[in-house]
Write a protein that binds this ligand. Structure first.
Ligand code: ATP
Length: 644
């Protein structure tokens, strides 16, 4: 398409640029001896009523036909884009007024508007250009208004407003650069339509006036004798169609190029991922995932944020997934739920949900199973709901679609679910829309909706991060109740180590896209053996922390998700690293019946509950003259309690 467009544009460019020099004389020279001739070897398209060569006139008219079309498009685009973009930066009342104006202008057909204004401005090429600019401006305004609306509500616009940027700066710096690409494409396509419209105006006598001429006028003059000599009318018609198609194709080619530029590189299949048959299914396991890998496309590289995650959840078990930002927790959850973003690819050795192997079922079957057996609760309850639909519609959607539950019965179930999560309001709440609820209410509705399907597994991705501690507690109570009542397994993703340790049965610690430790939650504080888990736990401040000392952090940053070097992902930050840590990747290996760790040199169990207690023990030992190991955890805890 690109080559064809180039050839077509080149074919137009030659007569457009050289037409006036090469053919103007022949085009304007009358020949009384050759009036109204048909096509001959001397005049390939024939002559007009003054004996002028029609081919020369057609070629010489290229520039006068294309230039006004491009000029009208640019004028209309400038006016329309300004009008439309203003809606993103003005206040509410002005925005409504501008919107109404755009709607009003759009209510009239563009060609009618063009003819009206062409007559108003007076027949002639300039009047036609202005008329067409006026006619196409509302279309540009509407597209720009729609595009600008997507930018207007963004956080960076809010931040720019807070910084006090003036409107024209907001417009030029923040709105237009974000929507420029589709507007440029639209302008190119519109130029083709403008050419057709301008030729139409000239054809009707409202555009170019003799002795000036363009293709539209030539077409009109040729039409007088179309039954005896079709070529004088057909040739300008073909020229108009040819140029209009060239502009349209140019728009298509630009759009294709833009899409290709935006489309990230497709990831190649992850390497070093041997196909494995997987272990036999355990009877009480709801979910079993082995060697899950996720590869994401990026514009210039391939991102591998999840690199061989193995996990399993039993019925009714609540498992915490912790790890610092970027360790791959959310992508692991999305891969399990088959909700990865476009272009992302997941592979696994085993993916068994409710006993069924994902590898042996079709995508449709897998999705159906996930839709009925799994529910997701997201961090931001605001974006989990469609703002334009009522809560009731969204809550009842899944049971109606998957269980075929009649509407009235689905509503009853929704009311029961709302009662279960202690949300008052009943039917009134079902009739409300998401924006009418607070964040905590929305999250409770999300949990109520999730519980309506009685799922075997709930994946809760930081469900309490956006909420205050009181609501957080209520949400945790709800999850616990659902788990107890329905034996639902819960994969609870959180940054709140203390909350996870308190609420979960087991904790999976994730680092650099892999699970580095899997241990019972009760052992998290004292029994963690991976240096990363230890440091993560130690970095949690508590009320007993010495406020004069800086908070503990883990030096360094998370590993680059694009890196392909072997070795333990934590080795460069690990104070206990061994030589082999930099070259050999450790795998998750059992340390005890319920404890697995991926480390070449797991630390010995901490004597007491975490770093805080260890330090307190040292102080206590120094004060009492005992050795550190003589100080029991009970001593330390008792002392802390007394101090509090
Ligand atoms: N659509 C995407 N395209 C490219 N990279 C992505 C995409 N989504 C996530 N990533 C990258 O993948 C890595 C893991 O992201 P993920 O959201 O799973 O981390 P996380 O552990 O859940 O972090 P957080 O706790 O902050 O939510 C990060 O480095 C992130 O930058």
């Amino acid at each position: 398409m690109g080559a064809t467009t180039l050839v077509m544009l080149g074919t137009l460019a030659v007569p457009a640029v050289a037409g006036a020099v090469l053919w103007r004389t022949a085009a304007d020279r009358p020949d009384p001896s050759a009036v109204l001739r048909g096509p001959t070897a001397e005049h390939l398209l024939g002559t007009d009523r003054l004996g002028r060569d029609l081919l020369a006139r057609l070629l010489a008219a290229t520039w006068p036909s294309l230039l006004p079309a491009v000029a009208a498009t640019l004028l209309g685009a400038a006016a329309g884009i300004t009008l439309g973009a203003l809606t993103a930066v003005v206040g509410g009342r002005a925005r409504r007024l501008l919107g109404a104006l755009i709607n009003l202008l759009l209510a009239f057909p563009a060609l009618l508007v063009a003819m009206f204004f062409a007559a108003l401005f007076g027949a002639g090429a300039d009047g036609a250009v202005c008329a067409l600019a006026v006619a196409c401006a509302p279309g540009f305004a509407r597209i720009t208004q729609t595009l600008a609306a997507t930018v207007a509500g963004t956080d960076f616009m809010a931040a720019a407003r807070v910084l006090g940027l003036r409107r024209h700066r907001l417009l030029l710096r923040h709105v237009l650069p974000h929507i420029a690409e589709p507007l440029v494409l639209n302008t190119t396509v519109a130029a083709g339509s403008a050419l057709v419209a301008l030729s139409g105006l000239s054809f009707l006598g409202l555009g170019a006036q003799p002795p000036s001429y363009d293709w539209g006028l030539l077409l009109s003059q040729g039409l007088d004798r179309i039954y005896t000599e079709p070529l004088p009318a057909v040739a300008p018609g073909i020229a108009i169609a040819f140029a209009a198609v060239a502009f349209q194709l140019l728009g298509e080619v630009l759009a294709g190029a833009a899409a290709r530029r935006a489309r990230p590189r497709q990831p190649e299949e992850p390497t070093a991922h041997p196909a494995r048959a997987g272990r036999p299914a355990a009877a009480d396991h709801v979910l079993e995932v082995e060697d899950l890998r996720v590869v994401l496309p990026a514009t210039d590289r391939v991102v591998r944020p999840v690199r061989g995650v193995t996990l399993a959840l039993r019925r009714g078990e609540m498992v915490g997934l912790v790890g610092e930002s970027g360790s791959g927790k959310s992508l692991t959850a999305l891969a399990i739920a088959d909700l990865l973003p476009d272009g992302a690819r997941a592979t696994w050795g085993t993916h068994r949900f409710l006993g069924a192997d994902a590898g042996s079922s079709s995508r449709g079957e897998r999705r159906r199973r996930l839709a009925t057996g799994m529910a997701m609760i997201f961090q931001n309850p605001a974006s989990a709901f469609n703002p334009s639909l009522r809560i009731g519609t969204q809550m009842t959607e899944a049971v109606r679609a998957h269980h075929g539950t009649p509407r009235a019965q689905a509503v009853e179930q929704a009311l029961a679910a709302l009662q279960r999560v202690a949300l008052p309001g009943g039917r009134r709440l079902l009739r409300s829309r998401p924006f009418q609820l607070s964040g905590g209410q929305r999250q409770r509705v999300a949990i109520a909706a999730a519980s309506m399907m009685r799922p075997a597994l709930i994946v809760a991705d930081e469900p309490t991060t956006a909420l205050d501690v009181t609501v957080q507690r209520q949400i945790m109570d709800l999850l616990r109740r659902i788990r107890r009542d329905d034996a639902t397994a819960i994969l609870f993703i959180s940054h709140d180590i203390a909350l996870v340790a308190d609420a979960c049965d087991r904790v999976l610690v994730m680092y650099g896209g892999t699970i580095v430790e899997n241990l019972p939650a009760r052992e998290l504080a004292a029994g963690a053996r991976h240096p990363y888990t230890r440091m993560l736990v130690a970095s949690v401040p508590d009320l007993a922390a010495d406020r004069d000392r800086p908070l503990r952090t883990i030096e360094g940053g998370p590993p680059d998700p694009c890196a392909t070097a072997p070795g333990c992902p934590f080795h460069d930050r690990c104070p206990h690293r061994l030589d082999r840590c930099a070259v050999e990747s450790p795998v998750l290996s059992p340390l005890g019946p319920e404890h697995e760790v991926a480390c070449w040199g797991p630390l010995p169990p901490a004597p007491f509950r975490g770093q805080r207690v260890t330090e307190a023990a040292a102080t206590e030992a120094a004060e009492t003259g005992m050795t550190e190991t003589d100080v029991t955890e009970t001593d330390v805890v008792e002392k802390e309690e007394a101090e509090k």
